[in-house]
Design a binder for this molecule. Structure first.
Ligand code: KPL
Length: 292
């Protein structure tokens, strides 16, 4: 059995990439990090929610040493760096490759994959914080994988090691629910430098959240009339459930890094432009957070 399990090449061994690598390696999959750096393995420490400390050693390969064909690629790089990271691997992908996208937002890989290459999208409500080599799993919640494909043969065995992991034949509604939560909580907490709970507790932020949500629902309803709308309830539930947390966008902004605004509110604005809808609140978030 072990030799039938995939070997993944990983782009982005940050918080989410490390979490995925941890579950995959525990389940017997191989994970090698693609990195222009010393060939020494990446030694990581993962702190689990129950306080246990786990060591994870990931082999590293320079892009120049990649095999001609990549069977399995895991993309977990922060969305603004996707194009740059993918440049090292595109020539090694073809119709026989499988790509698992474990990133926030939507569309970061659009136009970057060869025709026929299989894309599996991941949506997670787990949260990890920290900086290499220390990663703390703040919350181990549900994760969904899916795409325009049936679950791969290894999926069931992976669920034994990856808690609360599910397959969705149609991953889109999960992506959209997460997108709206991120489109509201992330930019507002980043701009006002507050924890997530303020979206629900601060009347001014709540009003802005309502506007962002209404615009997002309008766009999503145009894209799919079956979209239920009323996203504010879900967003406030997420904000309260993660009240003390620093959103990933606030954390990016605090350390002066580029944010993922393009793949979140930027995606909504792009859809709205295509549909001829006005989304001023979302557009304002994009310009405010693009000018770091
Ligand atoms: O996914 C998140 C993020 O910070 O990116 C939320 C749901 C807002 C939790 O912090």
């Amino acid at each position: 059995m072990p030799n039938t399990l995939p070997h993944w090449f990983l782009l982005g061994a940050g918080n989410m990439g490390t979490l995925a690598a941890w579950y995959l390696t525990r389940s017997g999959h191989g994970v090698t990090v693609i990195r222009h750096a010393s060939p020494a393995p990446l030694e990581k420490t993962l702190w689990l929610p129950d306080g246990r400390q786990q060591a994870l050693s990931l082999p590293v390969l320079d892009p120049a040493a990649l095999p001609d064909h990549i069977d399995n690629l895991l993309v977990a790089v922060k969305t603004p760096y996707t194009r740059q990271a993918m440049a090292a691997v595109t020539d090694h992908l073809d119709a026989g490759s499988r790509v698992l996208r474990f990133q926030n937002g939507i569309g970061a890989l659009d136009g970057l994959l060869p025709t026929g290459c299989q894309l599996i999208e991941a949506v997670t409500t787990s949260a990890v914080k920290g900086q290499h080599p220390d990663h703390t799993v703040v919350a181990e919640n549900a994760t969904w994988l899916g795409g325009s494909t049936t679950p791969p043969a290894w999926f069931v065995s992976l669920t034994e090691y990856w808690p609360d992991l599910h397959w969705e034949d149609d991953i889109r509604p999960r992506q959209w629910h997460k997108l709206v939560a991120n489109a509201v909580i992330n930019p507002l907490t980043a701009l006002h430098d507050v924890p997530n709970g303020q979206i629900s507790d601060n009347p001014i932020l709540r009003e802005q959240a309502t506007q962002l949500c209404e615009e997002a629902d309008q766009v999503l309803q145009q894209l799919d009339p079956a979209w239920p709308g009323h996203s504010l309830d879900n967003v406030l539930t997420v904000a309260r459930a993660t009240a003390g947390n620093t959103s990933s966008m606030r954390a990016d902004r605090q350390r002066g890094a580029q944010t993922e605004i393009d793949a979140i509110n930027g995606w909504l604005v792009k859809q709205a432009d295509r549909l001829g809808l006005a989304v001023p609140a979302n557009r304002k978030m994009v310009s405010a957070l693009t000018l770091l």
